[in-house]
Design a protein around this ligand. Sequence first.
Ligand code: CTP
Ligand code: ZN
Length: 155
Amino acid sequence: MNDKRKELIVSAISNGTVIDHIPSENVFKVIKILGLDKTGKQVYFGTNLDSKKYGKKGIIKISDTYFAIEEINKIALVAPSATLIEIRDYEVTRKTNVSIPARIEKIVKCFNPNCITNKEEVSTKFSVIYDENGLMKLSCHYCEKNTSKDNLIFI
Ligand code: CTP
Ligand code: ZN
């Protein structure tokens, strides 16, 4: 199969956003984080597609929708390799890589069961920190406990 045919597995869009190079297993998490399960726009997605760079990848396309970079950066927790692509009149007009934001609010639970955010109606708030091994952790604004990448639960 040639490259052209591989690309056409998920059809081209006229206007909107393509999120490419998502780890296949996290496509559904990205859909949830961005609230795409609730949009009235057309959403297309694919998982386990062939990719030259990553072996297998996931992709999501949303018609007639553009995202602020702060909003899209939330997906960096589950898709640090993702590329945000804006399409206008079938042409690629912008391509940016996502980056992990300094703060994360509301989308992830605090790992500490005794944290106020797990006992009362308080939204979570974290700073993104890195331990001595360079591993990302979320430091809770309220209880100061760290939630590691392996313990992320999306709200
Ligand atoms: N795309 C789309 N609709 C369009 C134009 C592009 O859905 N009207 C999608 C393509 O399918 C591709 C992505 O947007 O997944 C980026 O397009 P392009 O830059 O043309 O692709 P590549 O050169 O393959 O990008 P890369 O090498 O970064 O993967
Ligand atoms: Zn906490």
